[in-house]
Design a protein around this ligand. Sequence first.
Ligand code: AMP
Ligand code: ZN
Length: 112
Amino acid sequence: MADCIFCKIAKGEIPSNKVYEDDKMVCFKDLNPQAPVHLLAIPKIHTEKLSDVDEATAGYIGHIFSKIPEIAEKMELGKGFRVIANCGEYAGQTVFHIHFHILGGKPFSPSF
Ligand code: AMP
Ligand code: ZN
């Protein structure tokens, strides 16, 4: 999608601090970190949000989750980490290319 900032990051058209990349996904550091480690994992296919995932896009999402353990290990998140997807404006989503926040490097409380 032409005007999507995360599509541009996925294509390497704008810079990002990438920690992992393959043919289906990119994982990069969030510009405005909310924890000592704050990464965003995105598919290399444009889908707006979690509620739009279908058979065609589910493979990309499954692939992201298959790589999160490897990324977490690389980023020294062995003690634990949190994964969040904000789905829709009501839930706080601001960038409408599906993404998973990976947060760690500090303890989190059990509740939100
Ligand atoms: P959300 O509110 O779930 O849509 O999260 C969007 C996230 O993208 C926020 O945490 C922003 O800090 C982050 N963000 C926006 N633009 C960039 C960018 N160019 N590079 C890295 N992170 C970004
Ligand atoms: Zn996009």
